[in-house]
Design a protein around this ligand. Sequence first.
Ligand code: C2E
Ligand code: MG
Ligand code: MG
Length: 282
Amino acid sequence: AMFEPHMNADATEQLELQNDLRRALEHNELTLHYQPKIDATRQLITGVEALLRWRHPVRGMVSPAIFIALAERFGLINRLGSWVIDEACRQIRAWEDQGLRMPVAVNLSVHQLREQGLAQRIEQALQRHGVAPSQLLCEITESVAMEDFQEAQRSFAELAAIGVYLSIDDFGTGYSSLNYLRQLPVQQLKIDGSFVRDLDKGDNARAVVQAVISLAHALGLRVVGEGVETPAQRDILLAMGCDELQGYLYARAMAAEELLDWAQGRQARGSVAFSPSLFGEP
Ligand code: C2E
Ligand code: MG
Ligand code: MG
């Protein structure tokens, strides 16, 4: 059961949650769950996205849709974000020690981008865990990237300089200038789930998604379809040339240990496999 936004109406409750969140950071109540991304034509796992989870002692699982906004409002997002970066690097290292070179994506908030020294902090986390920068992908929401373009361009350039990959998240929900998009050093573009959801309803979502995929390919970007839930959505995205798919059709976000079991189960049934390139030297 998830604690949802509409259950979070009043301010006292927000203050309470905010205090709980401070405590959560100190008491290991946060975890990362991982959702696979699939190269659907080749049926291979290409990497995972790390999604933050908070197991509240009383409320149970609290949705990041609630506590990320809360953390941003109460100045906790940078601590939370640093924890996510460190934990993701720790997990990349742990997988690598098991012989699996799994690329991991983390989500960065606008406050993290504005923070001085973000790139150095990421670089330090990579070094601390002995992780190559190319193993880490940073997802930045389209609206954030376009809100203050000069600022975004500066922070994207700093991140690109340390060698991490960059992705534009929730594409289609903001107001991108194509000229701006072209100037950002990104490798990936993720089509927001709201467009994917409407694909099999036969309205103009199809035209939008097809245009986005063509545009992204023209700019040399890989395209990920988010929130893929049905075989029909998968088939339409594949026919349009979408490179990777992510969504409940394949898997929900899950704990790191579960992910290996899930992949092995799928592999045994021949439905998806780890890409051979994910197996590096242990
Ligand atoms: P996002 O980065 O766009 O992540 C995708 C969200 O869609 C995740 O929700 C995921 O569980 C959900 N999802 C995946 N497949 C499906 C599907 O087939 N159907 C539907 N209906 N949903 C699907 P989640 O984990 O609740 O995260 C929500 C948002 O919270 C994320 O959106 C991201 O913006 C933010 N978030 C999560 N973790 C972090 C974090 O560590 N840092 C920051 N700054 N934001 C985070
Ligand atoms: Mg994301
Ligand atoms: Mg998204």
